[in-house]
Design a protein around this ligand. Sequence first.
Ligand SMILES: NC(=O)c1ccc[n+]([C@@H]2O[C@H](COP(=O)([O-])OP(=O)(O)OC[C@H]3O[C@@H](n4cnc5c(N)ncnc54)[C@H](O)[C@@H]3O)[C@@H](O)[C@H]2O)c1
Length: 356
Amino acid sequence: MTTQATHQPAPPAELAARPVRFAIVGAGGMGATHAIGIKDDPNVEIAWMVDLDLPRAEQLAHKTGAKATSSMEDALADPAVDAVVIALPTSLHRNATEAAARAGKHVFCEKPIARNAEDGLAMVAACEQAGVTLMIGHVVRFFPEYQRIKEILDSGELGQIATVRALRTNPPVQERSPWFADVEKNGGVVLDLMVHDLDTLCWLLGGVERLFAQGLTYTEAQPRRDYAMASLRFRDGAIAHVESSWAHSTHRTSIEIAGQYGLIDFSSDNAASLTIERTVALSDKLDRPARVYSRPAVVSPQQRELRHFIDCLQSGEPVMIDGHAGVRAITLANSVLDSMRTGRPVFFNEDGSVAA
Ligand SMILES: NC(=O)c1ccc[n+]([C@@H]2O[C@H](COP(=O)([O-])OP(=O)(O)OC[C@H]3O[C@@H](n4cnc5c(N)ncnc54)[C@H](O)[C@@H]3O)[C@@H](O)[C@H]2O)c1
């Protein structure tokens, strides 16, 4: 199906001369993070907050000066809107992106790009045909530490990379928003958390040759918890062990990279400059995790990724994480799920597709 845009996006020179006008679709966890993150940016105007749960949209609209609606169509019909941030449950990313492309709006879509590669490719095609930009929110690439790791690896300073260990934990997010736990529709912990590291490791190390994974997703072991681990071999010979968990009390990430001439080590625990530990009673009352690490002195990676998206719209330069990168990550994530289900390894062609 071809996507004819009903409205032509404004050229970069026009967007550089005035604020870029956004609709934020989904006013839950990530929609709120993005709305609060960009609301004071002088190059941005938030025109609409959209959520099926209208009071939720209204609450954020009140804080950001936007209009609120429960229907994405209202925001897409507004010719003043240049771009949308899609922060909806993953299974809704494709329809929302196709609708935005048809309306001639640029799209920043939260990770993962979609539930599967087929949906992701349809999103890429819709945006290409409509002549709008598509960026996927693989935010780990905007953490200063991971950007420094990328510079070090690219410089060759560490020589041949041998092994990588990557870890990412969260409290059981499905207890906050149950749609996360629907593996068939939304992919569970692998599409929520592991996809971050799968994208990051491809960015750092290149293509994957094969993987094998195990996890609790298809077992009865812990219905209210989830956990997955994957073992990957990259085309250049490096091997990686990637762990993702929804069974912890807090968000935590770490990565360790061993190369021919040295070792790189990062842990979010060490990076935090502020830790809040709440009593269980307060944590329950606020519906927030018991322990939270933060870095008030650092511009948040979520702000940095949207800043990059806006810079690209205003300059006409390509975005760092396009739809094809999103498809590569989701292909790997679905292969992790397949391996967990079948107990077999998955092999990949040089172009990143699954080998027959
Ligand atoms: N980059 C990150 O670190 C990160 C972190 C968490 C989530 N995410 C991604 O962000 C996306 C959203 O996750 P979340 O945590 O914000 O979820 P959430 O459940 O907190 O919010 C989703 C919101 O979408 C609304 N919604 C559902 N269907 C809708 C529809 N048809 N029209 C309008 N609104 C609708 C819900 O009412 C809810 O407010 C997911 O794809 C997730 O994978 C990314």
